[in-house]
Design a protein around this ligand. Structure first.
Ligand SMILES: CC(C)(COP(=O)(O)OP(=O)(O)OC[C@H]1O[C@@H](n2cnc3c(N)ncnc32)[C@H](O)[C@@H]1OP(=O)(O)O)[C@@H](O)C(=O)NCCC(=O)NCCS
Length: 173
């Protein structure tokens, strides 16, 4: 168990890994605890069902064998432009407010950028994601696959100019 006196991120027991099949059940349980059953009704879920996670960009934080947090990315198309859809992101309540959520997002985005991806899209709270490099998408640019508060649709360019000319229906790649 983590020593709560030390910061989560500097703990020697904490490590980041790409998600492997043996962690999937624990990560699913963490997500279920964080979001509850209502998550399946969300428009974001329409971009996950029938899709396969981008396994190299799905990152989890492990404290020993315990999953402390996780984030998943999924391949999508915006119009004809490939992008990655981020979510869910969840951190175990015991590990929150130490920068772990931010670190997971940064690592997932960096992994996607290293593989040549240009754009990450998500539906989430601006107050959390804007300091992490995400910005609001002008409502007229995207057609989401269901109802969504347009103020919560955010993207982050992984390469300069990556949002230029990107528009259209958002769908599973
Ligand atoms: C959102 C979440 C992943 C953040 O994990 P974390 O490890 O605490 O993140 P960080 O330590 O990097 O950042 C924490 C800060 O982000 C901000 N923040 C966190 N959640 C936020 C939210 N939903 N809206 C706005 N700001 C938020 C706060 O400023 C917070 O600081 P505080 O705890 O001192 O108030 C975690 O709270 C969680 O799993 N929540 C439930 C699932 C969820 O809502 N995920 C999607 C969020 S849109």
């Amino acid at each position: 168990m983590l020593d709560r006196v030390t910061s989560v991120l500097s703990s020697p027991t904490l490590k980041f890994e790409t998600e492997t099949r043996e962690r999937t059940a624990d990560i699913d349980a963490l997500i279920a605890k964080a979001f509850g059953p209502g998550r399946y009704a969300k428009t974001a879920e329409r971009l996950r069902e029938g899709n396969t996670p981008s396994k190299d960009f799905c990152i989890c934080a492990l404290d020993g064998e315990r999953v402390a947090g996780a984030v998943r990315l999924w391949p999508i198309l915006i119009g004809e432009s490939p992008a990655q859809f981020l979510g869910p992101i969840a951190v175990d309540p015991e590990y929150r407010s130490h920068g772990l959520g931010a670190a997971l997002i940064e690592r997932a985005c960096r992994a996607a950028a290293s593989a040549g991806h240009r754009l990450v899209l998500l539906v989430g709270d601006r107050a959390f994601f804007e300091p992490l490099g995400f910005e609001g998408v002008p409502a007229e640019r995207l057609i989401m696959p269901g109802p969504v508060d347009p103020r919560r649709v955010l993207w982050r360019a992984l390469q300069p100019g990556a949002t230029e000319g990107v528009s259209g229906p958002v769908r599973v790649a």
